[in-house]
Design a protein around this ligand. Structure first.
Ligand code: 5GP
Ligand code: MN
Length: 333
């Protein structure tokens, strides 16, 4: 990213009239929060916007104002396209089928492939919503309460309520400014991170029933059968991975979610200093050091075996390096 990228993006937005906003498949709180945050801001600035998510808005985020206007396909012509929170263009799904490059890519994933004309990638930021919350005022765009609330939701969900290892004082300053714009932190926190559907908690039950531990790695799976039995509407893990990653004495947690008889979604979480992003990349996915994901072709059983072996190997090599580091740190004798 050149130093002028944020300015160039600000100018491009100022000159545009019809703006397309896009985020990733299997959208999370940062994807939807970033889209609605920038969307409400652009709307208040008098722009025509269309917000598109290949998979639509997940059931648990439909309470966010404006989410009912998000479409699954671009329906109107646009003169500027902005992709948010996507590490790769493929993560947008089938939105850009005409092989044209998106204009702007704003993201915080270190694995971002810089696929747009302007790439604003800040991997120090806890969420794409944080990047937007910092630049929207700089770009001279308004920040109505709906925008502030959506952005704060994105920051809350990607930091699990401001408790991920990447937290810094500045993140709270940004959050404080969003509160000053009218975002109701306790209410947004409750809606995004505490409240759950009955079916989601029942799905946890199935996953927790088959929880396993191998050394300092804990893991489980959710099958298509579980989903059917419980009538859980999503394709995700209902955030069960966050329960797994709360287990003491485990460095890595992972969950396998059967998407179809031949596709499996994997989520990894690690405690510092363990880094699981490279294992995810090796399986065609990506993410952050302590939170990554991938979708892999194969049966649940086959994918589980391959991914567990690779994850265990990664744990072992990192643990060995750590032990060496510790030994070096111990004074001789
Ligand atoms: P989750 O496990 O919650 O789906 O994702 C954790 C992190 O990994 C998120 O930052 C998400 O963007 C990233 N991630 C999840 N799945 C994929 C994937 O299939 N490809 C890439 N590149 N990143 C992913
Ligand atoms: Mn994010």
């Amino acid at each position: 990213m050149s130093d002028h990228t944020p300015d160039a993006i600000g100018r491009a937005i100022a000159q545009a009239e019809n703006i397309l906003l896009v985020s990733h498949i299997r959208p999370d709180g940062d994807a939807v929060g970033s889209l609605l945050g920038l969307g409400w801001s652009l709307k208040a600035a008098g722009k025509n916007t269309q917000i598109v998510l290949n998979d639509g808005v997940p059931h648990n985020l439909l309470y966010l104002p404006g989410s009912d206007e998000i479409q699954k396909k671009a329906r109107q012509p646009y003169d500027l396209s902005i992709v948010l929170d996507c590490s790769e263009l493929e993560r947008t799904g089938k939105i850009f089928q005409d092989s044209s490059l998106p204009d702007i890519n704003i993201d915080h994933h270190p694995t971002n492939t810089a696929f747009a004309r302007y790439n604003l990638v800040e991997s120090d930021s806890v969420a794409t919503a944080e990047i937007l919350a910092r630049y929207i005022p700089q770009w001279g765009l308004p920040l109505p309460t709906e925008a502030a609330s959506a952005l704060l939701t994105g920051m809350l969900t990607d930091t699990l309520g401001f408790r991920t290892p990447n937290m810094k004082p500045d993140v709270l300053r940004v959050a404080a400014r969003l509160m000053e714009q009218g975002a109701d932190l306790p209410a947004l926190y409750f809606q995004a991170l505490v409240q759950r559907d009955f079916q989601a908690v029942r799905l946890w039950g199935e996953g927790l029933r088959r929880l396993r531990r191998t050394g300092r790695i804990v893991w489980t799976a959710l099958t298509l059968e579980d989903k059917q039995l419980i009538e859980y509407p999503g394709r995700d893990d209902a955030d069960l991975i966050n329960v797994l990653s709360s287990i003491r004495d485990a460095d890595i947690a992972l969950i396998f979610v059967e998407q179809s008889p031949e596709r499996v979604k994997i989520s990894w979480r690690s405690q510092r200093p363990f880094d699981i992003s490279q294992v995810a990349v090796r399986f065609g996915g990506g993410g952050h050091k302590n939170a990554a994901g991938a979708e892999v072709t194969g049966t649940l059983e086959d994918v589980q075996e391959r991914v567990l072996l690779a994850t265990q190997a990664a744990w072992e090599s990192q643990a060995a390096r750590l032990r060496q580091g510790e030994m070096l740190a111990v004074p001789a004798g």
